[in-house]
Write a protein that binds this ligand. Sequence first.
Ligand SMILES: [Zn+2]
Length: 402
Amino acid sequence: MTRFRINTQRMLADLDTLRSIGAMKTGVVRPAYSEADRQARIWLAERMEEAGLEVSVDAIGNVFGLPPGNEKCILVGSHSDTQPEGGWLDGAYGVIVGLEIARASMEQGGPRVACVSFQDEEGRFSTLTGSRVWTGLISLEEADECRDGTGMRLGQARLERAGLPEAREVSTNRFSAFLEIHIEQGPVLDTTGERIGVVENIVGIRTEKMSFLGEQNHAGTTPMHLRRDAFQGLNRFVSIVNDRLAEVAAAATVWTVGHVDLHPNANSIVPGRADFTIQWRDADDARLERMTEIIYACARETAGSLGLEWQHFGCDLIAPTQSNATLVEAMAKAAENLASGLWRRMPSGALHDAANVSSVLPMAMLFVPSKGGISHNFSEDTDRADLALGAEVLAEVVAGLQ
Ligand SMILES: [Zn+2]
């Protein structure tokens, strides 16, 4: 093991500077390809260069800091773009920890470590776009056709790169593993008082659009027993599905009816149509499949009992991702060394770039607590002591891998 010590004061100071780029109240507004995002990437590239890393920014805008030499090295990083209203740590924390580990290791003759900030993790144009293109899960040409909420093409947005070097691709073959540290964005660690989460897997997500179709009619003259009310269908469906899914759920299983459209959505009309989405997440593919069957059965049963028609429009699937078992054990060991009894193994309920990168490299992730479980919000926060500890645990993992 090549020991090296990271400088947590310097790491936190860099995190504060990155926070100031696009700062808004206590949070940050730095969506992918915005002016603030470009400034942040320029600043990051300068920090990498200062550290003696070679900067490569690929065509989609992922910023890499590479140590000299050609042998394979470990890649550490996350993303520095934010939600339209984002916190100061989501992604930024993992990017700066990657920078500090690469920098400290280089200064002290430790292992060769590269760092990265992936582009458009937060999905202005698509889902985890930068890491999806880098790992070849979609082509740059396909990504270029994605549009944001205003109709702008990604292919146009990515061309504005004044201050950034000319595009140069970085092969995934240069790296032996990918490590990402991130805030938990949920309440588990904050509630238990634990300080480190070792992520064993990233959940799979299934999302489906569904509709109940009834009969639109007069809300005064249509007797209750003759109604075919689409909203009542949705209401009954949600109630039944909650009970049935609870029977197969594990502790981290979640499901959400998140978007609802009633037609015609008026005071005096029995609703003729209810369009809605249902999304379910779990780290076990077999459980996700079982949930699919339950959801379909509940919808059919509801439609049958209320004289409605049920339609569904195909499932959008993101498969669960397993962390690399060897890396997980290395993280567990480092966590026990530095935070004895104050860490746990856990799934990630949020998607991360690491899920994409796992298709080409062994991957593992660490979590630190989110105060109040709050994220994607200006008030997102984590104790500075926890930020420092998480970085130290990850540095110990990196040192041990060489
Ligand atoms: Zn994130």
